[in-house]
Design a protein around this ligand. Structure first.
Ligand code: YH5
Length: 272
């Protein structure tokens, strides 16, 4: 299988679709879908190559979402995007059933913040035969920021990927399907997040495409002492730092601004 994203390719932007949770009390399900579709259309015209759709909140401290609730949030959205637009969709989930139904509904990429460690995920991913992003997380969202510890944050995460890659290969998943992501903010201190960002290049030794997701995260807010709505400049800066070290997919909220910054950064690199 040809890799969708080659490790040496120019970076592409993955736009994050905000899936406002439940309660259609406002305008109902159709208005809800309409708002989401407009958002996707805007991200595509701003230069996003992939749209990331997720129904689970994995922010630090977030509570679990049931399987049915996650399905209700993401499946109609995937179907609607597929009907209206020609863009790759990634499904941000850690649940085997959600992965399966999402791919059956047209999702092109599985994006799992738990690296296919939940029951049934390896099997479903092997059957699905799509690219898979394996993200690293230490602990679980509810408690992961309490006391993250590593011997060597880069080395420990490379060890984790080696184990997960071996588990994938044993299940019949091809190495060419895999994408790795150090998981910024998922069980890492501020310093550990920046050690990862500063050394992102080290992950290139694995020969797999790298996804980097720092957009609007606390690692920006803590340094700049600002709230999510003021993290654009910080987010774009981290995107450029990641892309300059060979990150292949940059997961962001602010597509237009990131695409512009990456164009300048990549054109500069090309003229080295
Ligand atoms: C990721 O890094 N992140 S969901 C906290 C924030 C802002 C944003 C306000 N899914 C990743 O986006 N998938 C998420 O602070 C992801 N890599 C991959 N592959 C968390 C998120 C966020 C959390």
């Amino acid at each position: 299988m040809k890799q969708l994203i080659e490790p040496n390719a120019q970076p592409v932007v993955m736009g994050i679709l905000n899936t406002t949770p439940d309660s259609f009390s406002d305008g109902g399900k159709f208005q809800h879908l309409d708002i989401a579709l407009n958002q996707v259309e805007q991200m595509v015209s701003d230069g996003a190559s992939i749209i990331d759709i997720g129904g689970e909140s994995t922010r630090p401290g977030a509570a679990d979402v049931s399987e049915q609730e996650e399905l209700d949030r993401v499946i109609p959205l995937i179907e609607a995007v597929k009907r209206h637009l020609d863009v790759a969709i990634s499904i941000d989930t850690s649940k085997a059933v959600v992965m399966q139904q999402a791919v059956a509904s047209g999702a092109d990429i599985i994006n799992d913040v738990r690296g296919l460690q939940n029951e049934g995920c390896l099997q479903v991913a092997a059957q699905a035969n799509v690219p898979i992003c394996l993200m690293h997380m230490q602990g679980l969202p509810r408690t992961m920021q309490e006391n993250p510890q590593y011997n060597d944050v880069v080395g420990d995460i490379i060890d984790f990927f080696e184990q997960r890659i071996a588990a994938c290969l044993a299940q019949g998943i091809k190495r060419e399907q895999l994408i790795i992501d150090p998981g910024f903010g998922f069980g890492k201190t501020l310093e550990q997040n920046y050690q990862l960002l500063a050394n992102l290049k080290a992950f290139k030794t694995m020969g797999l495409p790298i996804l980097s997701g720092t957009s609007r995260k606390s690692m920006i807010g803590k340094l700049l002492n600002n709230e999510v709505e003021d993290r654009l400049i910080g987010s774009v800066t981290t995107a450029v730092i990641a892309a300059q070290q060979g990150a292949n997919i940059i997961r962001v909220h602010d597509v237009k601004e990131t695409v512009e910054a990456l164009k300048i950064a990549m054109y500069t690199l090309a003229n080295k």
